[in-house]
Design a protein around this ligand. Structure first.
Ligand SMILES: Cc1cc2nc3c(=O)[nH]c(=O)nc-3n(C[C@H](O)[C@H](O)[C@H](O)COP(=O)(O)OP(=O)(O)OC[C@H]3O[C@@H](n4cnc5c(N)ncnc54)[C@H](O)[C@@H]3O)c2cc1C
Length: 381
């Protein structure tokens, strides 16, 4: 169970915020999650309720309605979402993936336009990088932006697997642009209410059923001139910058999820009676739990030390890839070992461990596959 007691990074303020977030999720999200899973997305009202609690974009500047917290406030939200098992809430996609692009690279006018609504939860954000034929190899994307004589942009193409895709009001879109005769990726802030922005299917996934994951189509979508984010042709550099935060937060989330899987399993093995004793009494069970506890303890210390680097602005792409690779492989090991302890019940989706196992599977793929992480790490060795 997550406690800040032995985590020197966290102050009294973080601890109080954690209690508030935990209580909010228990009250406002947990009771509805099964229904959201059946419906394939969460209620919109939970977004504004979370915004009112300062849970969305906790690091966003005060000038735009944020609380201007340090990154540990984000960590608290990400960990508590994992602890509560409310995987359908795409808050971290919004706060840790999408909105930082607006904060870090947006113009003053773009920030004025978008940030207050994104912070309050009135607006929901998503990031559109992946396409049906280009995921790991982002440079292979085909979605193209062309500038018209009057400065506006036309966008033609499609994206896939976009988290918050059904619900988003703002899409941070990556598209090819021509810069001095060469194709380079640029980012755009796309208002989802514009004609030419079309949502496709809410994709049916192996897990994370309450999180909407969509196809998006751009049928000659026309964007105003000021929809370009930052400098033309710099999109790939911006994505690389953003992916450090995204991967670090995935790693944070995985350790918290492993703690939850372990807690559920400990409870189960001591209750489950067999062969005249309890499942927990077998040496094999103790060995399984010992391996999980070792993974979690190592993970917690490792991730907290990388968080300290991250807060100091010293976590680079190489180390973010190490964090993501290790933590996502670890959550796969831990949820699989824990599920085994539940026997057939572990395969039933009414048991949280079954859902956690399915949810853990995506961690080695989304945000950059493990092989891409190994490539990034290996390139510097
Ligand atoms: C649930 C979910 C949510 C997602 N949310 C978003 C989102 O919000 N926004 C967004 O833009 N994208 C999102 N994605 C997309 C995700 O980032 C991609 O699925 C991922 O980057 C892999 O791309 P791909 O699916 O095209 O697989 P491919 O690129 O086709 O890769 C397939 C496999 O090839 C192997 N491989 C890839 N590269 C290498 C390499 N260099 N060396 C060796 N082997 C390699 C890996 O095993 C990989 O799994 C999401 C995906 C999922 C499943």
């Amino acid at each position: 169970m997550i406690s800040d007691a032995r985590r020197p990074l966290f102050s009294e303020e973080h601890i109080i915020f954690r209690e508030q977030v935990r209580a909010f999720l228990e009250r406002e999200a947990v009771p509805h999650h099964d229904r959201w899973e059946a419906e394939g997305q969460v209620d919109r009202a939970i977004w504004t309720a979370a915004g009112a609690q300062g849970m969305l974009c906790p690091t966003a500047p005060e000038a735009f309605g944020g609380v201007g917290g340090d990154p540990l406030f984000s960590v608290v939200v990400v960990e508590e979402l994992a602890r509560a098992g409310v995987s359908g809430l795409g808050f971290w996609v919004h706060s840790e993936m999408a909105v930082p692009y607006v904060v870090n690279f947006g113009s003053e006018a773009q920030k004025q336009r978008w940030l207050p609504g994104l912070i309050s939860g009135a607006l929901i954000a998503a990031v559109g990088m992946t396409e049906p034929d280009a995921g790991s190899d982002l440079r292979g994307m085909k979605t193209r932006a062309r500038q018209l004589d009057d400065g506006r942009w036309t966008i033609k193409g499609q994206k896939v697997f976009i988290s918050n895709g059904q619900m988003c009001d703002l899409l941070v879109l990556a598209a090819k642009t021509e810069v001095e005769g060469r194709d380079r990726i640029s980012l755009f802030l796309v208002d989802a209410a514009l004609e030419g922005f079309r949502r496709g299917r809410n994709l049916d996934k192996l897990g994370v059923h309450a999180q909407d994951t969509s196809e998006l189509f751009f049928d000659d979508l026309v964007l105003p001139a000021d929809a370009l984010l930052g400098a033309i042709g710099e999109g790939f550099a911006y994505l690389r910058h953003g992916l450090v935060r995204e991967r670090m937060m995935i790693a944070v989330s995985c350790v918290a999820k492993a703690e939850r899987a372990m807690a559920l399993t400990q409870e189960h093995v001591h209750q489950r009676k067999m062969f005249g004793t309890s499942l927990g009494a077998f040496q094999n069970t103790r060995f399984v739990l010992a391996d999980c506890a070792t993974d979690i303890t190592v993970g917690r210390e490792f991730i907290d030390s990388f968080l300290a680097r991250y807060i100091a602005g010293e976590l680079d792409e190489h180390n973010a890839a190490i964090a993501k690779l290790w933590a996502t492989e670890m959550i796969g090991r831990v949820t699989d070992a824990c599920l085994q302890m539940f026997g057939g019940w572990g395969y039933m989706t009414e048991y949280p461990i079954a859902r956690m196992w399915a949810e853990a599977r995506v961690e080695r793929i989304a945000g950059g596959a493990s092989e891409v992480m190994r490539d990034l790490i290996g390139a510097q060795l």
